[in-house]
Design a protein around this ligand. Sequence first.
Ligand code: THU
Length: 135
Amino acid sequence: MTPHEVDWDALHGAAVEVSARAYVPYSRFPVGAAGLVDDGRVVRGCNVENAGYGVTLCAECGMVSDLVAGGGGRLLAVVCVDRDGRVITPCGRCRQLIWEHGGAACLLQTPRGVLPMDEVLPQAFGPEDLAAVES
Ligand code: THU
C-alpha cells in the first residue's frame, strides 16, 4: 500500500473520536489510535490508566486488541493522536506491538510525515528472529 492509497483523514478522525473515551485520571493525556486493516476494517483504541501507573494500557494496546478480537489481519496504516488531535509517535513498546501486526511496510503517520515502520523501528526484533532459531 502506498501513502496515497490511505484515507488519512478518516483514520485521523477515528483516532480523535476514540481519544475522547480515554481513561486518564492520572496523566490527563488522552491518546487515540486508529489502524487500517488489510480487509478494510478500521480498528481503534484509547489509553486506559491504572492506579498502579505502570499497568497503564496505551491506546495502541487497545487498538491491537480490537484488531485481534475482531478477527485479526494485518495493519496497513496507523495514526495516533493527543487530546488536540495532534499526531504523536507511538512509544517504543507500542512500536513493537505495531511491528508484530503490521511489519516493516505498515505506514505510520508521524509529525515528520508518513513513514514505514522499518524507519520508525529500525532493525526491529520480530517473529522471523524466533523462526530463525527454531529452524
Ligand atoms: N500513551 C499512549 O497511549 N500511547 C503512546 O504511544 C504514548 C503514551 C499514554 C500512556 C499514558 O496514559 C499517557 O499517554 C501519558 O504517558
